[in-house]
Ligand binder design. Structure first.
Ligand SMILES: Cc1ncc(COP(=O)(O)O)c(C=O)c1O
Length: 376
C-alpha cells in the first residue's frame, strides 16, 4: 500500500520503557500502565484515566459500569445506528440492549433530536460516538440525558483531543472511551482508556476491568460483574511515547486533514466533506467522503479504484441494525435508519496520519479528482 491508514513507529522512549519491564521480568500491568494513565489524564485534564486492553474493552468497561448505577440485565442503552461495531457490541456484551438512533449525513454523528423518542422506562444510558473526530451535539445530548436521568458515555475512540465548545471530549459525559489501535492518534498496538471526571465512576471502572474485584485489588474478592481487560506494561510503554508526543502528532495530522480538505474543496458539490464549526476542534482521525444524493457515483467502485492504486480505503461502517447480519436477531428492517444506510452505501474514508507526505496527499487528491472527472 502506498497510502496506508495509519502506522506505528516505536521510538527510543518506548523501547527504553519496554526494556525496563523486561529487566524486571514483569510485563503485566505495572509502572508503565500507571504512568500512561497519569499522563493521559493530565494531558486532557480528566480527573481519572483507566487503561484497558482495547477501545472495545474501554466501551465495554464504561457501559458495564452502568450496572452499578441502577441498570439491570436487559435494560437499554441508546447508541447511534452508524458506528464501528464495537460501540454496540460492548452494550450487548455488558448485558444491555442497544437501541439505535439514526445519524446525520453532514456530521456522521447521532441525530440528537431523535434520541428522546427512543427513551423508554428501561433506558439507563447512552453511548454517543464522536465519529471521525467530529464532536457530537453534546449540549443536546446532555440536556436529554439530564431530563431522563441517563448516564452518558462518549465513545471517543476516533476523537483523541477533540473539543466541543472548549470542552474536551471524554470529559463532558460520565465517562469516555478511547482506542489506541494502529490507525488512531495515540497508538499502543492494541489498547484503550476510559476517562472520567466522576469520582464515583473511577473505582467502578477499575473493578470492572479486573473481574469485578474491589477497585481492581483484592485478588479473590468479586464485588460486581467484570472481565479481564487490563492493559499490559509493553503496550503502555508504546502508549506513553504517543501521549508524550500527542500535540506534535495531532498538529501534523491536523495539517494533513486541512490540506486534504482544501485540496478536495472543488469536489464539495459531489461529496459531503468534514466541516469544522467555530465552536469545535475536530480531531484528525481520518478523511471521510460521502457521495451527495444527486450525484451518480458508485462509492464502492471509487473505493475499489483507490485500493487498486495503492490507497487503503474503508467504508463508513454502515447501519449496524439493518446492514449487518450480526444484528439481524434484533429484528430491525431496512429503511428504519435512512441516513446511516445511505452512508453505509455511499461513504468511505482513508487516512490522514502523521507519516503521510505532501506528495501522498497530492496523490490521493489527484486520484479522487481524476475519478470524478472520468465518471461524472
Ligand atoms: C468508534 C469506535 N469505537 C470503538 C472502537 C474499538 O476500538 P479497538 O479497535 O481498539 O477495540 C473503535 C475502533 O476503531 C472505534 O472507531
Amino acid at each position: 500500500m502506498r497510502y496506508s491508514f495509519g502506522t506505528v513507529k516505536i521510538g527510543p522512549r518506548a523501547k527504553s520503557l519496554i526494556e525496563k519491564s523486561l529487566e524486571k521480568h514483569w510485563v503485566s500491568g505495572g509502572e508503565n500502565v500507571k504512568l500512561f494513565e497519569k499522563t493521559f489524564a493530565e494531558t486532557f485534564s480528566y480527573k481519572e484515566a483507566v487503561a484497558v486492553s482495547s477501545g472495545t474493552a474501554a466501551c465495554y468497561t464504561a457501559v458495564a459500569a452502568l450496572h452499578e448505577f441502577g441498570a439491570d440485565w436487559g435494560d437499554e442503552v441508546i447508541v447511534p445506528a452508524l458506528s464501528f461495531v464495537a460501540t454496540s457490541n460492548a452494550v450487548r456484551a455488558a448485558g444491555f440492549k442497544p437501541v439505535f438512533v439514526d445519524v446525520k449525513k453532514e456530521t456522521l454523528n447521532i441525530d440528537a433530536s431523535k434520541i428522546e423518542e427512543k427513551i423508554t422506562k428501561k433506558t439507563k444510558g447512552m453511548m454517543v460516538v464522536h465519529t471521525m473526530g467530529k464532536p457530537c451535539e453534546m449540549d443536546e445530548v446532555l440536556e436529554v440525558a439530564q431530563k431522563h436521568h441517563l448516564k452518558v458515555i462518549e465513545d471517543s475512540c476516533e476523537a483523541h483531543g477533540a473539543k466541543y465548545k472548549n470542552q474536551i471530549v471524554g470529559g463532558m459525559g460520565n465517562s469516555g472511551a478511547f482506542s489506541f489501535y494502529a490507525a488512531h492518534i495515540i497508538c499502543s498496538g492494541e489498547g484503550g482508556m476510559v476517562s472520567t471526571n466522576d469520582p464515583e465512576m473511577a473505582p467502578i471502572l477499575r473493578s470492572v476491568r479486573s473481574h469485578g474485584r474491589p477497585d481492581g485489588t483484592d485478588y479473590f474478592q468479586f464485588d460486581r460483574f467484570g472481565f479481564n481487560c487490563k492493559m499490559n506494561d509493553l503496550e503502555a510503554a508504546v502508549g506513553i511515547e504517543g501521549i508524550e508526543n500527542f500535540q506534535n502528532i495531532f498538529d501534523l495530522r491536523k495539517k494533513n486533514l486541512n490540506t486534504l480538505l482544501s485540496q478536495m474543496k472543488p469536489l464539495e458539490k459531489y461529496f459531503y466533506l468534514l466541516q469544522e464549526e467555530k465552536y469545535e476542534v475536530v480531531s484528525p482521525h481520518a478523511f471521510p467522503l460521502v457521495v451527495r444524493e444527486d450525484v451518480n457515483l458508485d462509492a464502492s467502485h471509487l473505493s475499489n479504484y483507490l485500493m487498486e492504486q495503492g490507497v487503503q480505503v474503508k467504508t463508513l461502517f454502515g447501519s449496524l441494525p439493518t446492514q449487518h447480519r450480526a444484528f439481524q436477531s434484533l429484528g430491525h428492517k431496512l429503511g428504519e435508519f435512512p441516513n446511516s444506510e445511505y452512508i453505509g452505501k455511499k461513504g468511505l474514508h482513508f487516512g490522514c496520519h502523521q507519516y503521510l507526505t505532501q506528495s501522498d496527499l497530492d496523490f490521493v487528491t489527484d486520484l479522487v479528482t481524476g475519478y470524478v472527472k472520468k465518471y461524472i
